[in-house]
Design a protein around this ligand. Structure first.
Ligand code: GUN
Ligand code: FE
Length: 416
């Protein structure tokens, strides 16, 4: 048992933050026991970590991020998707055939993700099994709850990144077998997106999902170009989600659809049916994709939405920055397309960044009693002339905070 003193903020529900200023939270065996304004009599002798005016919040979840692309953050962001993949992204991902290069890149990626308060994540590797194995091993070792995918792509890419279909399936199966029993970070099927996978490959991945009880992540209706390519390459399917649904890829575990910017009514029905997560990646969408998720409309429809940094289509590894950007973009969307759209509130954006997405990782993303205590302490955000409320501190952190404002990090109740 341990006690922590701070201002405490988490999502009460989708529309409201719960705030407990100047309070004590008790954590036992990695789980929140309760929150009180004074130390309860029976806990008087429990060890106390006192963060003074610091603000304790749940750790963030990044539902869509490309670990190899961390080396490209903030580079090439003036291009649009197809050209960006060809000129910026594929040439970098090719280098991950070299394990030593990959190790250098992945160590920094994991360090910076943790430094920025992301303690749960759905991560893309590359097609390379060795490098992706290193990534999942290190994330698991560091205690990151999440998923890593060996990327599958057997067409529409340079030769160095185009796998033989059978080999892609064989290596994916070996990846599932090797890491399926991991404690923290587990494998997830990762067909990159419809244009880069043949029907045979997607079908075989569907069979692997069923055999091993594993879900999938992909880029889903992310741009008009991608949706058009999908329709050309999969003429038997009327929309993007149908490609994965037909292959049985939505039946066996979490379904994580990056972007979901131009969904058809059928795409929305399918995601609703399978309880899939649509991942809002605001920086990425204003940079290389140039579209905005109809997040308010999707939330009102009951679609689950998480946030993604989508580095390096997005440039910042901190998911907190994406909570702010999600609010901004929802305003632009409803300004330019008022029909059916509405701005989202900050509490809704924070809900996506922690509580809603945290459900994927076993009860993280909140600080209400019973939650798994994965949390961070933020501070240094008030002005001398005026102290912010705990809710304002959280909001300001998402708009102008940096990793230097994160004073402590906890996984399962253990300080890192
Ligand atoms: N579509 C296919 N590959 C990618 C990628 O690496 N990033 C983004 N944002 N979209 C993609
Ligand atoms: Fe992406």
């Amino acid at each position: 048992m341990q006690l922590i003193h701070a201002d405490i903020v988490y999502s009460q529900d989708r529309e409201h933050l719960a705030a407990h200023p100047d309070s004590y939270i008790a954590v036992e065996k990695g789980t929140v026991k309760g929150i009180w304004p004074v130390i309860p009599e029976e806990y008087k002798d429990v060890p106390l970590a006192d963060y003074g005016e610091g603000t304790l919040i749940p750790a963030f979840s990044d539902l869509h991020v490309h670990a190899p692309q961390y080396l490209n953050r903030g580079i090439g962001s003036d291009l649009l998707l197809a050209e960006w993949l060809e000129k910026c992204t594929f040439p970098l991902e090719m280098k991950f055939a070299d394990l030593e290069f990959a190790k250098l890149a992945y160590d920094v990626f994991i360090d910076d993700m943790i430094a920025n308060g992301t303690l749960h994540a759905c991560v893309y590797g590359t097609i390379h099994s060795e490098a992706t194995s290193y990534l999942i091993e290190q994330m698991d070792r560091r205690g990151i709850k999440g998923f890593v995918g060996k990327v599958n792509m057997d067409r529409s890419a340079p030769a160095e990144l185009t796998e033989d279909t059978e080999r892609s399936v064989r290596e994916t199966e070996a990846f599932l077998e090797k890491f399926g029993g991991n404690k923290n970070t587990r494998p997830l099927l990762t067909p990159r997106f419809a244009p880069s996978c043949t029907r045979e490959l997607i079908g075989a991945l569907g069979r692997l999902g069923q055999k091993y009880g594993v879900g999938m992540q992909t880029h889903l209706v992310e741009s008009r170009w991608e949706a058009e390519q999908a329709r050309l390459l999969f003429p038997q399917c009327s929309c993007d989600t149908e490609i994965y649904e037909r292959a049985g890829l939505m039946d066996n575990g979490p379904v994580i659809g990056g972007h979901f910017i131009f969904p058809s009514a059928e795409d929305i029905r399918t995601m609703e049916k399978y309880g899939g997560y649509a991942v809002n990646c605001p920086d990425a969408t204003v940079s290389v994709i140039a579209g905005i998720m109809p997040s308010g409309a999707l939330l009102d429809r009951g679609i689950k939405i998480g946030l993604g940094s989508d580095v390096s289509a997005g440039h910042h590894i901190g998911v907190y920055t994406q909570a702010a950007r999600a609010v901004q973009l929802s305003k632009l969307k409803s300004f330019y397309e008022p029909d059916g759209n509405r701005p989202i509130t900050f509490p809704e954006a924070f809900w996506m960044a922690a509580k809603q997405s945290g459900e994927l990782f076993g009860g993280v993303g909140s600080l209400e009693p019973g939650s798994v205590f994965d949390a961070i302490v933020i501070g240094g955000l008030s002005d001398a002339a005026r102290k912010l409320s705990p809710e304002q501190t959280l909001e300001r952190f998402c708009y102008i905070g940096t990793k230097e404002n994160i004073k402590a990090r906890y996984i399962n109740g253990q300080a890192l």
